[in-house]
Ligand binder design. Sequence first.
Ligand code: PMP
Length: 367
Amino acid sequence: MGEKNLDVAARLRPALRSFEPYDPAFSPCRVNLSANENTHELPGEVREAISAALLATPLNRYPDPMANDLRDALARRHGTDRAHVVVGNGGDELLFNLLFAFGGPGRVLVTCPPDFAEYANFARMTETEVRGVPRDADDFSIDADALVAAAEGAALVILTSPNNPTGDLVDRALVRRLLDETDALVLVDEAYVEFAGEEASVAPWVEHEGRLMVLRTLSKAFALAGLRVGYLLANPSVVDALAAVRQIYSVDVLAQAVALAAVERRRALAPVVADVVAERARLAAGLAGLDGVRVWPSAANFVLVRVPHAAEVRRRLRDEHSVLVRDFSSAPGLDDCLRVTVGTREENDALLDALAAIRGERPSVSS
Ligand code: PMP
């Protein structure tokens, strides 16, 4: 009736017409290893600090738009000052704002697919052209010369280290070359870098490299995906530009308080990260022991595997074993690939047992 003339598609900005609501429709499963979350329980000390922070936070006042206490704590973590830090509602908001601020019609984003799908989505939303430099089909390595050539004249290059979904680290010499040989802004997305070790990070370079930005998140190693807090380390002028275009209250008072409590107790989280890293090796070995399964090395909290009939295997894992993993088999370059988050020992065993059962084998690696 009233909706007779509601042709939303025609009214939408043309660049936004092909988007659909993001609803991963997670089936409630016994074991959810589909979203690269940290499935370990937080140490008691961190849980208690978070509870205390929540109780002590009044809700009647607006948040500090700049989240300065949190910026200070993050700056201390990285041996820098708050001018080099901007926080966001998850890394996702910062990625969008980067494209919003530095992309747009006539501007180019360079990426190395297969990588995090949101880069290309946010580029399309902001009408930024995407120039993809595809990774090697076998080992996912990046052709450095092709990337440097593609970055010529680009507004922004995004490298993901470790990369989602392939798990490999970016060669730091490649970041160096991009900074030396091109004029582009270079974002290194280090959402998963804690699982590779801080020494893999280029965060210390940010102080001296005006065009380098490093994205971090509390969603992975800090086990706070539901909180929605990420941050960017960047030159103060880039921080100011992003702070000027962001939704001013996107990081709410509870998120700021909890993030601060967790960042200040980050040392207590080290055993959790160490356990994920140990479990990653055990899970990868268990998967590699299954006939016909290929496992790529990973520096993150997930592993990419190739298994015959991947889509069917994923469906059977879900329907027959209540184990959820992510199907990438229809993504370009990822035929028959599944991405499996590293869970707790029990969760990983559940996955290995279920996969072995589906493939009619016995698990080749036991506890
Ligand atoms: N970068 C990469 C590579 C990711 O995989 C993710 C989340 N899956 C993000 C950034 C964003 O994470 P969040 O918004 O939870 O901080």
